[in-house]
Design a protein around this ligand. Structure first.
Ligand code: SF4
Ligand code: SF4
Length: 252
């Protein structure tokens, strides 16, 4: 079969959006781009592109992965809908969000910021790449909701950080004992990094609700969302009980 008959790499991967039987309809591609473009930050992050490649030359992720901020910016600047969708399948998740590119771009673009918009859109559209990338973070989300901490000492162990290689042995220490040696009582635990009070936790739930974070989570991982919702309900009940107790104490 000739190359022409097989189609381009993009066509092979996502199908030709112009064909009737395209796996991804053109309307869907347009909808995704419209979501990226309609974000308030879009015009601030993209002012044009010289295609000079300075961003890619300074990008740490480009040194290690099949990823180029120049390519991402060009796709958005030329409104290459198929290419944008293709990049959202994998490439955008290689960015380390260091923003070296934004500091160097002669046009004042922020390729890293544009990648962030594409990631948020991938989550909104429940793309498989977003689900795959975010799945390992479920225990971080659980920890965050239940304790207000993203990471606690008991999460740093060999099972969870296999990618650290031999260096993981450096954290294989008697953490409980070491934490007890810290003078502040709130740090004498390995289950949390520090204590977050109930009021702060409940306020955070409201922020996540109002900013749409929880809704996005529901789309990405429904089971995790259910577990988290139960924890939030419990904490909110605890907070109400605490306030009721305060009122009672005042009346006495
Ligand atoms: S985004 Fe900026 S640095 Fe990167 S290729 Fe375009 S003009 Fe050059
Ligand atoms: S923010 Fe992303 S694209 Fe920009 S230099 Fe850092 S890793 Fe590369």
């Amino acid at each position: 079969m000739s190359h022409a008959a097989e189609g381009t790499r993009v066509q092979k991967h996502i199908g030709d959006p112009v064909r009737d039987n395209a796996p991804v309809a053109r309307t869907k591609l347009e909808e995704i781009f419209a979501d990226i473009q309609s974000d308030l930050r879009f015009d601030h992050e993209l002012n044009g592109c010289l295609n000079c490649g300075i961003c890619t030359a300074t990008c740490p992720a480009a040194h290690y992965y099949d990823f180029s901020p120049r390519e991402i910016v060009q796709l958005l600047w030329t409104e290459n809908l198929e290419g944008i969708y293709d990049a959202m399948q994998e490439k955008i998740w290689a960015c380390a969000q260091c923003y070296t590119c934004a500091a160097r771009c002669p046009f004042g673009n922020s390729p890293g910021g544009l990648v962030m918009l594409m990631r948020e859109t991938a989550i909104k559209h429940q793309m498989k790449s977003a689900k795959d990338v975010l799945r390992p973070f479920s225990r971080v989300m659980l920890k965050l909701i239940s304790t207000g901490n993203q990471l606690s000492p008991d999460m740093i162990n060999k099972d969870h950080f296999a990618d650290w290689g031999p260096n993981i042995s450096k954290v294989d220490a008697p953490l409980k004992l070491l934490r007890k040696a810290i003078p502040m009582p709130t740090l004498n635990t390995t289950a949390t990094a520090w204590e977050v009070n109930l009021k702060t936790s409940v306020e955070l739930y409201t922020i996540w609700e109002m900013t749409g974070v929880l809704k996005q989570l529901e789309g990405i991982d429904e089971n995790l969302y259910d577990v988290i919702s139960d924890i939030m309900d419990e904490k909110r009940e605890d907070w109400k009980d605490f306030l009721a107790d305060q009122e009672e104490d005042k009346d006495e």
